[in-house]
Design a protein around this ligand. Structure first.
Ligand code: PLP
Length: 410
């Protein structure tokens, strides 16, 4: 029998591909918005697994659901369907514009499905002879957007660094500036099959679409028979205080992608669309072995049922104020920020000129004060905690953040 030494962070570098640089803190347990590491030290978790753990860690209902489903049925593949998958799709279609659901396992895969569907829909309904003689297969996306790490989604994403060295990339994709309607108006044409956007650019620094922009994008898509895809992988499932962020704008997409929070920590993604558009993915055109996995769908159904409760969504809006006011108060004392950009519990503290490029230093200083935060690019400290984090945990976490700021400023 091999006796294994207890695991430590140095071992990570021995056995893992070096594409990540995780902290030296290794959490071993979580409860609500708190985490404990290997030494038993307690942390407040304002990172939430990157906007995933909407109900915190080890939520009793999710644990119970996972256990009971785990004793019944783990996996079938799509050769057979299952009850949790159908029930979750019923809930998602009740709660949104959508009438049809495709399941995947991640945000990138949900976007991959959306982009493939958009191409296939245009190919079927707008062939060149019915489309002013031109092929309709071009996708327009926005600079600084993030849509995932598969080759198609890094190509569509608006950050060239994620494509570097991986070329040749898929063609027929172009990018224009976010919130620049004129630029989109110039680029969009009968060749455009889809425009894909995040209602709020998350990885890009918590930058929200303006109302005029998002309405204008919808109108331009309609004018050119292009599908509008909202990537709500980060903004979805209650994060902004609406179940999906499109509801805040009153602008409805043709296709919506959702993942991250959807499983509360259990991997699942989904693409939502209308019956008419869904028709293009006829039998055999697309698929996923794990998509619609019963464990994932059972947990996700429980997440969706809890988060869609109006009191939970109202709570997100109230907790937003605690974050914004708390961060502004810290800024009054230490003058580190230009602004706080936020929607619900998607919060970005934008560092001022003096602290440009230093977001990672704030993350490290916070961790030293036993607080987990995220960054969104080099200049923004990002907070995406559990949607049911308590007010006391927010206050305690902000007190720790203030101590972290003080160590940097002094
Ligand atoms: C995280 C994210 C993705 C990618 O999701 P994965 O589950 O990592 O594939 C796509 N789009 C947006 C907006 C995201 O925030």
């Amino acid at each position: 029998m091999t006796v294994r030494k207890s695991v430590n962070r140095e071992m990570f570098d021995d056995v893992m591909v070096p594409n990540y640089a995780p902290s030296y803190v290794i959490p071993v347990r979580g409860e609500g918005a708190k985490l404990w590491d290997q030494n038993g030290d307690e942390y407040i978790d304002f990172a939430g697994g990157i906007a995933v753990n909407v109900l915190g860690h080890a939520h009793p209902v999710l644990v119970g659901t996972l256990k009971s489903q785990g004793e019944k049925l783990w996996h079938l593949s799509n050769v057979l369907t299952n009850e949790p998958a159908i029930r979750l799709a019923q809930r998602l279609t009740e709660l949104t514009f959508a009438e049809k659901v495709f399941y995947a396992n991640s945000g990138a895969e949900a976007n991959e499905a959306a982009l493939k569907l958009a191409r296939r829909y245009a190919w079927e309904y707008f062939p060149a002879d019915k489309n002013n003689g031109v092929e309709k297969n071009e996708i327009i996306a926005f600079n600084n957007s993030f849509h995932g790490r598969t080759l198609f989604t890094v190509s569509v994403g608006g950050q060239a660094k994620y494509r570097e060295g991986f070329e040749p990339v898929p063609g027929g994709i172009s990018h224009v500036d976010y919130n620049d309607l004129d630029a989109l108006a110039v680029k969009i044409s009968d060749k455009t099959c889809a425009v894909i956007m995040e209602p709020i650019e998350g990885e890009g620094g918590i930058v929200a679409a303006t109302q005029t922009f998002i309405e204008g994008v919808r109108a331009l898509c309609d004018k050119h028979n292009a599908l509008l895809i909202f990537d709500e992988v980060q903004t979805g499932v209650g994060r902004t205080g609406a179940f999906y962020a499109y509801m805040n704008y009153g602008v409805t997409p043709d296709i919506l992608t959702t993942a991250k929070a959807l499983g509360g920590g259990f991997p699942i993604g989904a693409m939502l669309t209308t019956t008419d558009i869904a028709k293009s993915l006829v039998i055999g055109t697309h698929g996923s072995t794990y998509g619609g996995n019963p464990l994932a769908c059972a947990v996700s159904e429980a997440v969706v049922n809890i988060v869609s409760d109006p009191t939970v969504l109202e709570g997100v809006k109230k907790k937003n104020l605690l974050f914004v006011d708390g961060l502004m108060a810290i800024n009054e004392k230490y003058n580190i920020l230009d602004e706080v950009r936020s929607a619900g519990l998607l919060v970005g503290a934008v560092l001022n000129e003096q602290w440009q490029g230093k977001a990672q230093d704030f993350l490290m200083a916070a961790q030293n004060e036993k607080l987990m935060v995220l960054v969104a690019g080099p200049d923004v400290v990002r907070f995406t905690p559990s949607l049911i984090i308590t007010d006391d945990e927010i206050k305690e976490g902000l007190a720790r953040f203030e101590r972290a700021v003080a160590t940097l400023v002094s």
